[in-house]
Design a protein around this ligand. Sequence first.
Ligand code: AP5
Length: 222
Amino acid sequence: MATDEGVRLLLIGPPGSGKGTQAKQLTERYRVPHISTGDMLREQIRKGTSLGEEAKGYINDGNLVPDELILSMLRVRLSQSDSQGGYVLDGFPRSHAQAEALDALLERQGQNIKAAILLVLDDETIVKRLCNRRVCPECGRVYHLINHPPKTEDRCDEYHCRATLIQRPDDNETAIRNRLRIYHEQTQPVVAFYKEKGLLKAIDASREILRVQIDIERALEG
Ligand code: AP5
């Protein structure tokens, strides 16, 4: 029987804990795609698809998009050829039902998760981080007005992009606090799920970006 050598990593953590930021480093290191369910949904909204139209209200209010929509979108993505050698999955699973569905899918394919990385950060730091986040609508690069500002005010640093940065519609305090409430209620059980399997690596996400990156690398090596 063929051995499964793919590197499959899950990035779990509250909104704004740095999942997208750390995913970028991990995908470069392991040469696997970054699969973010949040980015995929925003792409559907940009394209004006029926899925995007359906998801928009949930996302802008900070609620979870229903499982059936997420699961059908993700099954298609994980069946694509670039995902066969592994991936960094960012923002999925977010509920116990999603974790069970991923487990079943992997089992059918004879594949394993290498680790579930949990980024740990307190709620008040998160509110401050997300209120100051700006994103590039063209290339998706993420900035922070204080911790990681663009070189030119309001402009993406990427040479071929230079688009005007925007604030995500769900990065307002009301939506952020709702996202946090949902994280504690619905995503926290996912943490216990992977802890029981011995796959959980908890990382202090309050430290600076490079430090968090090093801590993740050490946890994965260990
Ligand atoms: P999603 O896009 O996944 O949003 P999220 O989980 O709320 O996470 P964020 O993207 O807000 O934050 P992040 O952890 O990636 O942090 P980042 O690196 O940007 O989902 C959006 C919505 O889509 C959901 O609310 C839901 O509606 C829907 N959805 C998505 N997946 C779903 C699913 N599976 N099921 C159902 N619905 C789903 O960093 C944040 C900021 O902090 C940045 O400005 C960054 O520069 C800065 N920063 C990062 N690290 C550090 C550091 N160490 N120190 C200082 N600043 C830092």
